[in-house]
Design a protein around this ligand. Structure first.
Ligand code: SAM
Length: 196
């Protein structure tokens, strides 16, 4: 198993209980540099693999060659600052591992992104929309309050987001995650749209 563990934005109190459990239970914990290392070291000694700017793919490829087969039998945790799904080195590593060993189970433990920490710190409330991007052509959009799910799905498709995921009551009783968009949904629902 290869797990991408979110460490939060740097405040050691902003790590999740689940991330801590995974870090404690892993056979090996890897961090992409000392900022992440400092957070993990409070719980156990990680292996530090530096990902210098511009050499991320090369380092990820080499690391993947080292751990891909082990991920079949062992629990390897790769820890990232912020959230491990958002612009993270974990995404490149997971891709490289799956190229070598497509049967490896990959999971992500979500966490507090620098974006949410910055909103909180500056007391900035999002009331309509929040665009998180590096290039102003977002490849993934998350539409919250997706009660009018069909209408939202239609708009997303018009905008070129063909790959849609409907998510309702996540981590609650009656959780529903589907590629099919229902006619209507409850308040606790969101739609992710991905441009491929
Ligand atoms: C590769 S992204 C990683 C984002 C991270 N996975 C997250 O969810 O917060 C790195 C970018 O996040 C922002 N960032 C990360 N940590 C930051 C910090 N402590 N202060 C300000 N910006 C930060 C910067 O824009 C930086 O270029």
């Amino acid at each position: 198993m290869l797990t991408g563990v979110s460490l939060g934005p740097g405040d050691p109190e902003l790590i999740t209980l689940k991330a801590l459990r995974v870090i404690r239970e892993a056979d090996e914990v890897i961090v992409p540099g000392e900022n992440a290392g400092k957070i993990v070291r409070a719980y156990r000694e990680p292996k530090v693999v530096e990902f210098p700017m511009g050499r991320g793919h090369e380092v990820a490829k080499r690391l993947a060659e080292e751990i891909a087969d082990r991920c079949r039998r062992e629990k390897i945790a790769f820890c990232c600052l912020g959230d491990a799904a958002l612009y993270s080195t974990f995404s490149i590593l997971a891709e490289e591992v799956l190229k070598i060993a497509p049967d490896v189970e990959v999971e992500i433990i979500p966490g507090v992104s620098v974006v949410f920490s910055a909103l909180a710190l500056t007391k900035t409330f999002v009331k309509k929309s929040l665009l998180i991007t590096v290039d102003f052509e977002p490849e993934v959009v998350a539409v919250l309050k997706a009660k009018n799910s069909k209408e939202i799905a239609g708009k997303l498709r018009e905008m070129g987001y063909e790959d849609l995921k409907f998510i309702e009551r996540l981590h609650m009783d009656g959780q529903r995650v589907s590629d099919e968009i229902p006619n209507e949904a409850s308040y606790f629902s969101l739609i992710l749209g991905v441009k491929r």
